[in-house]
Design a protein around this ligand. Structure first.
Ligand SMILES: N[C@@H](CCC(=O)N[C@@H](CS)C(=O)NCC(=O)O)C(=O)O
Length: 210
């Protein structure tokens, strides 16, 4: 049996693989860090992940970073769950969602809102970067709205896409995106999903709510 360690920060993108670990019913050792208290910037953590970001998954001595890769690793350990999609076509759809959520919505859009300094050095321009980021986030949320219904995002069961959507929904709610009013289908999808036992468990572990 592989020894699993998992580093996360409550409410961050690490919530998605945290849910998947519970869905896969894999025993793991959790390590909670606080990003706001600079937990990802410590030298100790940099020895685990030199990129200084969560999530991190360790399978014995193998360190895996990046949400899509970690999700794939967890799915491989519980093949019967189909966490990266059950059918070959569903697997393509999951991959398509994961690439877009990670690269576009997280890295480009929320990156611009939360970390404008990654996009421009001139601090006087941060507000403009953040305004553009908000527009791009709203475009992404509209795209999600047009591609989800009240069920799971792909197929007929939980995949990695669902808790990843939850991460961004929560960030939208906390950053004045009027989620329920502007994105009713996305909202219905999230409200259905948060009853899933793996999501209930991960959110309780992290001490967070919708
Ligand atoms: N591309 C990475 C992004 C990871 C990432 O940006 N994680 C954030 C939390 S959502 C983080 O650890 N930030 C720490 C910091 O900015 O200090 C992934 O998919 O895992």
């Amino acid at each position: 049996m592989v020894n699993i360690n998992f580093w996360f920060s409550p409410g961050s993108c690490s919530l998605a693989p945290h849910v998947l670990l519970h869905a896969a019913q894999l025993p793991f050792t959790p390590h909670a860090l606080s990003i706001s208290r600079q937990g990802t910037q410590s030298d100790d953590f940099a020895r685990i992940n030199p990129k200084r970001r969560v999530p991190v998954l360790a399978l014995d001595d193998e360190i895996i970073t990046e949400v899509p890769a970690i999700a794939a690793a967890i799915a491989q350990l519980a093949p019967q769950q189909g966490l990266m999609g059950k059918t070959p076509f569903d697997q393509l759809r999951v991959l398509e969602w994961m690439c877009w959520l990670s690269g576009e919505l997280h890295g480009q859009c929320f990156g611009g809102l939360f970390r404008p300094e990654r996009f421009i050095s001139d601090a006087s321009q941060f507000g403009a970067i953040q305004q553009k980021a908000r527009e791009r986030i709203a475009d992404c949320f509209s795209a999600i709205e047009n591609n989800v219904s009240s069920g799971f995002a792909v197929g007929d069961a939980l995949t990695a896409v669902d808790p990843y959507l939850l991460v961004f929904y929560r960030w939208g709610s906390r950053n004045a995106f009027a989620m329920a009013e502007r994105y009713p289908r996305f909202t219905a999808c999230i409200h259905g999903m948060v009853k899933h036992p793996a999501i209930v468990k991960a959110m309780a572990d992290e001490g967070i709510s919708l």
